[in-house]
Design a protein around this ligand. Structure first.
Ligand code: FEO
Length: 400
């Protein structure tokens, strides 16, 4: 591949990882990219590096533009290893005059690489460095996605190098938003938000408000993963506004696992009840047939989360525990929900599912429905009624 000029004398020099399918438990079905950027000016700066194993791609791109030894500075916007995995080798080669990072970045770099001899220079929000014709202004963005994260803003170019924020895990030969299918781009962005940033939504809201208050002019957003927003950066800014507010939509997600299809019959009866009351957007997701990260993407804008599980060994099915442990960590907000499940003798699953819902702050609609062994047309009526109740509650709460 080639380095790609994204603004005059500013280049994408990162790597495309076509084969990665798992990003610490997040299923990335179409790979990802590790974006790095080079700014050529009186001082030449490399923004971030790439994951270990991709040094060759980064160097191949850099050498099309400059001998790496001639790079003056490295900016580490984020220390997570997908961006700093080959930082030690790059530092060895480049011998940069300075390495800029946030205060937490310095701490985390030292904890990862144990190299107090590196020329680390701490920058805080509002600090800036002069490159010649351009300036780089730093904005700390704690917890987006780690405590060390920061943005680099180049005002002369109205360019925001945004680290993990506004990215997507999507390996493509294209580099810009206007070169790909818009619906797929938004879908990858939503999945990324649901699985990486949802937990930090209050901080995202605060950051977006600060960007607006500061009147930061943004013509291009260059994230560390996926496509660069050149045609329509406001599309992703607006989407982040919506996702971070966690406003509930009139959408229900039913997540379940079944042993011998009885809980599955209950799930379908709940769906039918929701439809009776006019809910159009419903996802029925078997926990063993849908990846936890795809389930979270469906949960992102849903107003209702409904859980079903058979009872197994006095507990819920293991795949449900996997999904719910993951979901609880991402702290979805503004949801209503309920639980249901079939059982053979003890039947604790609904109690456990209600416990998960309560821990997540989900407003419960009823105590849930339990059916012993195989449901009949008559007993499934309770599940249909549960669907009715949730739909009525959802129609009352969606959009609030
Ligand atoms: Fe792309 Fe938080 O690393």
């Amino acid at each position: 591949m080639k380095a790609v000029e994204i603004k005059p004398d500013i280049f994408w020099v990162g790597a495309v990882d076509w084969n990665n399918r798992d990003f610490h438990g997040y299923s990335i079905k179409k790979g990802t990219t590790y974006n790095a950027y080079l700014v050529r000016d009186e001082k030449t700066v490399l923004f971030d590096t790439v994951r270990q194993g991709f040094k060759g791609d980064l160097l191949h791109h850099l050498r099309q533009l400059i001998e790496p030894e001639k790079i003056d500075y490295i900016v580490v916007n984020h220390v997570e290893l997908d961006h700093s995995g080959c930082l030690p080798e790059l530092i060895e080669l480049i011998k940069p005059e300075k390495i800029f990072c946030s205060p937490m970045g310095k701490k985390v770099l030292l904890e990862h690489f144990h190299r107090p001899d590196w020329p680390l220079e701490v920058v805080k929000t509002g600090d800036q460095i002069e490159l010649g014709r351009r300036t780089v202004r730093f904005i700390e963005t704690r917890m987006l996605h780690w405590p060390d994260s920061m943005f680099s803003y180049i005002p002369e170019e109205k360019l925001l190098i945004s680290s993990d924020a506004f990215g997507q895990h999507w390996a493509t030969s294209q580099r810009f938003d206007d070169e790909v299918d818009q619906a797929e781009l938004l879908a990858h962005s939503a999945k990324y938000y649901a699985n990486i940033l949802l937990l930090y939504s209050p901080l995202v809201e605060k950051l977006l408000a600060q960007v607006q208050a500061d009147g930061l002019e943004i013509e291009m957003i260059a994230p560390d993963h996926g496509l660069i927003w050149r045609r329509n950066p406001s599309a992703i800014l607006e989407a982040y506004q919506r996702w971070s507010s966690q406003q509930a939509r009139s959408k229900a997600v039913i997540i379940y696992d079944s042993m011998w299809h009885s809980t599955e019959k209950m799930a379908k009866a709940v769906l039918s009840g929701l439809q009776d009351e006019g809910i159009k957007e419903i996802s029925l997701l078997h926990a063993r047939k849908n990846h936890r990260s795809d389930i979270m993407t469906e949960v992102l804008e849903a107003g209702a989360v409904i859980l079903g599980s058979a009872t197994l060994n006095n507990n819920i099915m293991p795949a449900m525990a996997d999904v719910l442990t993951y979901m609880k960590g991402l702290r979805p907000k503004n949801k209503i929900g309920a639980a249901f499940g079939s059982f053979g003798w003890s039947g604790e699953a609904v109690k456990h599912l209600n416990g998960y819902l309560e821990e997540m702050g989900v407003e419960l609609v009823g105590e849930g429905v339990r059916i012993k062994n195989v449901p009949t047309h008559e007993t499934l009526a309770d599940c249909v009624e549960l669907g009715h109740s949730i739909a009525r509650a959802l129609n009352g709460t969606a959009g609030r």
